[in-house]
Write a protein that binds this ligand. Structure first.
Ligand SMILES: Cc1ncc(COP(=O)(O)O)c(C=O)c1O
Length: 368
């Protein structure tokens, strides 16, 4: 924070006039240059600075993509467990969501639902599927790119948190593997820095840059120049990579603490696995437990746990019950306390569900 405020003060002192006017709709050029220089080595994204469009977060990137690439009523392929805010942006623009199967290797474009849909766009989270947390395999990435190439479709690649990767080096982004300019890569500073900044970026194929810049202008022109200028210094002066390195170690420890605390407190009811990236884990519940009831019970104890079933777009009875648990914003002590509270919410719901089941059994035996 003191560093950020120093950078803000320096800009107002040195060039306040330039900060008062509208900036370019596609974004402040030094920031676009800094992002392009960062993306190559860190994410395998191949682009020139003028392919980058600065936006107010992923949310706006999805809204612009729907405006530019879709007509109302068009289908869009999405992962069957899908980020709710993406769903809101895409359906808000009139798109019809077509859920496609996801497994341990990510979205499977060979799913019958995908081929039947004739969709001009697919939205995916290949680096760290939200909410399941899996990474799309190289074979699935190549199959998805092949589908886009064959059908002249676009892929929206949402890479929201893969800066925080705890195992081997990340797989190259779809954008970097794409030989036919079919991928629109979307990045954000919400997870890697802070969400109130409301700055993200799109890397768009050269032929689409003008259309996206015009759409960006139509929805509020540009992000505040002062924030773009400060962020650009933050990246180009090396603070950003230092921040990622420091936070990656902190988040790895937080994940470890949360998983072992949940294992200790509620291992019989919640199966939490380690995640290779990001700042949330997924805990699976036994099939008979209602994840929305657990989340409501946890909320009574001030614990935020997102029920997995609400992200599922298929038939509701096929949804796997589970809890999506973010750990980025809590220290180690809060995570241990949180695990104890969550365990008590889980045990309460399990108790209630057991007594309901035994009442049903008793009633059935009376009827028989
Ligand atoms: C899948 C996914 N994409 C993107 C984001 C970030 O969105 P934004 O950049 O609009 O803050 C999130 C935040 O939770 C997310 O879960």
């Amino acid at each position: 924070m003191p560093l950020w405020s120093r950078l803000v003060a320096r800009h107002w002192r040195e060039e306040s006039r330039g900060l008062l006017n509208y900036g370019p709709a596609a974004g402040y050029m030094p920031l676009r240059e800094a992002i392009a220089a960062y993306l190559g080595p860190s994410r395998g994204v191949q682009c020139k600075p003028d392919q980058i469009v600065i936006v107010s977060g992923t949310q706006q990137a999805l809204d612009l993509s729907a405006r530019v690439l879709l007509d109302p009523g068009d289908s869009i392929l999405v992962e069957e467990y899908c980020y709710s805010a993406a769903r809101a942006a895409l359906t808000g623009a009139g798109a019809r969501l077509v859920p496609v199967k996801v497994d341990d290797a990510g979205m499977d474009i060979s799913d019958q639902a995908a081929s039947a849909a004739n969709a001009p766009v697919a939205y995916v989270t290949p680096s760290h599927q939200y909410p399941l947390g899996v990474t799309m395999s190289l074979a699935r990435r190549l199959a998805l790119l092949d589908w886009a190439n064959r059908t002249s479709a676009w892929i929206l690649e949402d890479d929201y948190d893969s800066e925080y990767r705890y195992v081997a080096r990340p797989l190259a982004a779809l954008q970097g593997l794409d030989k036919s300019d079919r991928v629109i890569y979307i990045g954000t500073f919400s997870k890697v820095l802070f969400p109130s900044l409301r700055i993200g970026y799109m890397v768009v194929p050269p032929d689409l840059v003008d259309a996206f810049a015009r759409a960006r202008a139509a929805v509020g022109w540009c992000c505040p120049i002062i924030d773009q200028a400060v962020l650009s210094d933050f990246i180009s002066e090396g603070h950003f990579t230092r921040h990622i390195r420091r936070m990656r170690a902190i988040y790895a420890e937080r994940q470890e603490v949360l998983i072992s605390a949940l294992h200790r407190e509620a291992g019989d009811l919640l199966e939490v696995s380690r995640t290779d990236a990001g700042i949330h884990v997924l805990g699976l519940l036994p099939d008979h437990l209602d994840d929305q009831a657990v989340a409501a019970e946890a909320a009574e104890l001030d614990i935020v746990a997102h029920p997995l079933s609400v992200f599922f777009l298929g038939e509701p009875e096929l949804a796997q019950p589970g809890l999506v648990l973010g750990y980025g914003a809590y220290n180690v002590r809060q995570l241990r306390d949180g695990a104890i509270k969550l365990a008590s919410a889980l045990k309460k719901v399990a108790r209630l569900s057991r007594s309901r089941d035994s009442r049903t059994l008793r009633a059935r035996s009376l009827i028989a």
